[in-house]
Write a protein that binds this ligand. Structure first.
Ligand code: ADP
Ligand code: MG
Length: 730
């Protein structure tokens, strides 16, 4: 094993840079050239067909066979003209990754001639082998088949991989009876619900608003590790996380990596994946180092949420591919290295109208300001009422290691709004029963006539909050780096839709008592502020004090996934989701089951990894080292040499032997625990047991002994690439 480690270090040190696809044109020349964009559709479809498609995209209405045939034909010609040979329906099954099934464009006709064929029916619907995707028991009760269906709101794109080019068509994946089997279907339903609800509420202020879109800008954090070093660590290969590894002498404490200069090899990788992303119309913008060594971030400009989700998944795929070309492995795991910063995917979210107004953007005009406060306070209320559900939306085995650890928000959901807005809300709350005399400024009396100027500068920040208002959007920071954003976005938009519908009803009730509508709105908002202010927190979310304070406030602090997921199938969740038409009871239960199974599998794999590495790699190394010491002591004694080093070595022998026996004992106990747990029938019970009786009971304690041995044993013999080696990129 040690041989493998040193070979890997050598390869990593001798890397030369890989030539990159350089491009001399301006970004505007190639942005989106690999997408069947609106512009392409306009130029390749007849104006009538184009009008029907764009209307269907805008309104989510169905597309006729005739239109589908015309689009398919245009898509095929466009793609073949660009060297594409195959097409695939690209979808997001509940495995958490994306899936594809490639079909060739050519076919053999009845005369045995080869023809290039792609019919509307093939564009609109396909039937992948659904049995190989998780369904949480859903399909067993229905027909065993599922199909994919075109999502025209996300443009088809050409994926280039080496010499091959494939046309990818974004689709939803559902069962024959209409149950969602993927992440995209409920997201589209939630986005539709929030559009309807928000548009209605906008009509209190502006009758011109016809549509409201949820917007999303996901900031993607990740680690890069040299490919050879990555491959030398079975734990990284199998679980994306290092299960052992002593802290490096030069770790995060220096914090000189953040905003430091980016190593050349990494920059080459970034330049290339950004180029590839740009061709696919993904608006990647900023790049910088993150807090931990070898950690980086990429932030795109925000887009309509469904498109942004597709783009993020696509971007992750591209990054993986390009990283490989540059001899890196990219880690999207939330906590690949203990003791260092984890990786998140901050979901920047807002709502925007078709008239160009950002509903979470404060305005200097009093009237628009009331609209801003309406959406702002309704968001806080929604988060307050459904905090456990939001927590569930980001629950995963990986994120459990991150939430509440180094530089990561805790598992307690709270909202940061900044001191200025805090003051605005306080004022709103205390300005009870205002009397508005004739000719008096209503907004001034209500204390909402102006927005603090600092706020418009968008400078008030709190980086420790799991859900922070950052000037003109909320930033859901607790989302993990490997998460499909559909999950948090489905839940956030669903709870927001529900909240806005309730708000509308309550304002209409209030208007019966208080005919001045602005005052009625303020009255309802004031009540919301009172009811939900215990979720607001401005202090340091990383501190111990906050955990105590949150408990006093009755806020939940659910540290583990199996428990957090309970919120997905609670009575109130089922009611909420069914009413909003996003997911029904069966679909929720199906998803819940799949997420628990994913969790179990992850912990199971890690546990086997921990056991295997500890017993078959670390223990033999330690025994060898121990024998070396024993021989040395014996040799010295044989020669009659009495030195102090003999007693030091005897101490070391005892230490090594202690750690070896502990590792053996704990690993065996863990194996037995696993065997017992595997007998459990109930998935939730099994997941909880894996969490408590395997992961919590053994991972850290075994790690403790292994990491101690790392500091004792001769560096020459140590089998696993060390943290300092994994993290230092040349
Ligand atoms: P920071 O790292 O300080 O959080 P960044 O500039 O890196 O800030 O990221 C901000 C993200 O928020 C970007 O992806 C940006 O596009 C996104 N964003 C800005 N305005 C909105 C909005 N109205 N809706 C959704 N996302 C937004
Ligand atoms: Mg951010």
């Amino acid at each position: 094993m040690a041989v493998l480690r040193f070979k890997a270090i050598e390869s990593a040190q001798n890397r030369t840079s890989v030539p990159i696809n350089l491009h001399s044109e301006k970004v505007s020349e190639y942005f989106g050239i690999n997408t069947f964009s609106d512009k392409v559709m306009r130029s390749t479809l007849s104006s009538d067909i184009y009008k029907q498609v764009s209307q269907a995209i805008r309104q989510g209405s169905t597309i006729s066979n005739e239109v589908a045939d015309a689009v398919a034909s245009a898509m095929k010609s466009w793609a073949i003209g660009r060297g594409v040979t195959h097409y695939t329906h690209w979808f997001q099954p509940l495995t958490g990754t994306t899936a594809e099934k490639h079909d060739a464009f050519f076919d053999i006709d009845s005369n045995g001639e080869v023809i290039e064929k792609f019919k509307g029916s093939a564009l609109v619907q396909q039937e992948p082998d659904a049995s190989s995707f998780p369904n949480g028991g859903l399909r067993s009760t229905f027909e065993a088949r599922g199909y994919t269906a075109w999502d025209p709101s996300s443009p088809a794109f050409i994926m280039e991989s080496g010499q091959s080019k494939t046309l990818c068509i974004p689709t939803i994946f559902i069962s024959y009876t209409g149950e969602a089997l993927d992440y995209k279907t409920p997201l589209l339903r939630a986005l539709h619900a929030v559009d309807k609800a928000a548009t209605t509420v906008c009509h209190f202020f502006d009758r011109e608003v016809k549509q409201v879109q949820a917007t999303l800008g996901p900031e993607q954090e990740y680690f890069l590790v040299d490919k050879a070093l990555f491959n030398s660590r079975p734990d990284l290969v199998m679980s994306g996380r290092s299960v052992f590894g002593h802290q490096p002498a030069k770790g995060q404490q220096l914090e000189d990596h953040y905003f430091g200069s980016i190593p050349v090899r990494v920059r080459d990788f970034m330049v290339e994946f950004e180029y590839e992303a740009t061709k696919l119309g993904i608006p990647v913008r900023t790049r910088h180092n993150e807090v931990a060594p070898a950690q980086f971030e990429c932030a795109p400009t925000f887009e309509e949420a469904n498109l942004a989700v597709d783009h993020n998944l696509l971007l992750m795929d591209l990054m993986r591919q390009v990283a490989n070309k540059h001899n890196f492995e990219i880690l999207f795991h939330e906590k690949p290295f203990a003791g260092l910063n984890g990786s998140g995917k901050h979901n920047n979210w807002s709502l925007g109208t078709n008239t160009g107004v950002n509903l979470l953007g404060p305005s200097t005009k009093a009237k628009e300001n009331l609209q801003f406060l309406t959406f702002f306070i309704n968001t806080i209320k929604a988060v307050h009422d459904y905090a456990p559900l939001l927590r569930a939306s980001i629950a995963s085995a990986g994120n459990d290691y991150r939430l509440g650890a180094n530089e990561a928000p805790p598992a307690i959901i709270s909202v940061f709004i900044g001191s200025q807005l805090m003051k605005v809300l306080e004022e709103l709350e205390t300005n009870a029963s205002v009397q508005i005399g004739k000719g008096e400024n209503l907004y001034m009396k209500l204390g909402i006539d102006k927005v603090p100027p600092v706020l418009l500068d968008n400078t008030d920040r709190n980086r420790t909050s799991p859900f922070a208002f950052t000037g003109n959007k909320f930033e859901f920071r607790a989302v993990g780096s490997s998460t499909n954003c559909s999950s948090p976005m489905t839940i956030l938009n669903t709870i927001m839709a529900h909240q806005l519908n309730t708000f509308k009803d309550e304002v209409e009730e209030e208007v019966k008592k208080e005919p001045k509508r602005e005052v009625a709105i303020v009255n309802v908002l004031r009540r919301y502020v009172k009811e939900s202010k215990n979720i607001l927190f401005e202090g340091d979310n990383y501190s111990e004090d906050w955990a105590k304070e949150a408990e006093k406030r009755g806020l939940e602090n659910i540290k583990s996934t199996p428990i957090a997921l309970d919120a997905m199938i609670s009575e109130s969740t089922i009611k909420l989701f069914e009413k909003a038409g996003v997911l029904n009871k069966q679909e929720l239960h199906g998803r819940h089951e799949i997420l628990l199974e994913n969790f179990i599998k992850k912990v199971q794999i890690e546990s086997r990894m921990v056991g295997d590495l500890a017993v078959n790699h670390i223990v033999p190394t330690a025994v060898k080292y121990q024998n070396k010491l024993i021989e040395n002591v014996r040799g010295l004694k044989d020669l009659g040499i009495e030195t102090e080093s003999i007693s030091t070595m005897i101490e070391a022998i005892k230490m090594v032997s202690h750690h070896i026996s502990q590792i053996q004992k704990l690993s065996e106990e863990m194996r037995v625990a696993r065997r017992e747990i595997n007998k459990l029938e109930d998935t939730r019970e099994k997941a909880v047991a894996y969490d408590e009786k395997v992961k919590n009971a053994y991972f850290d304690s075994i790690r403790y002994h292994v990491d101690k041995l790392e500091t004792i044993i001769d560096d020459e013999d140590w089998p696993l690439a060390k943290y300092r080696e994994l993290l230092m990129i040349r």
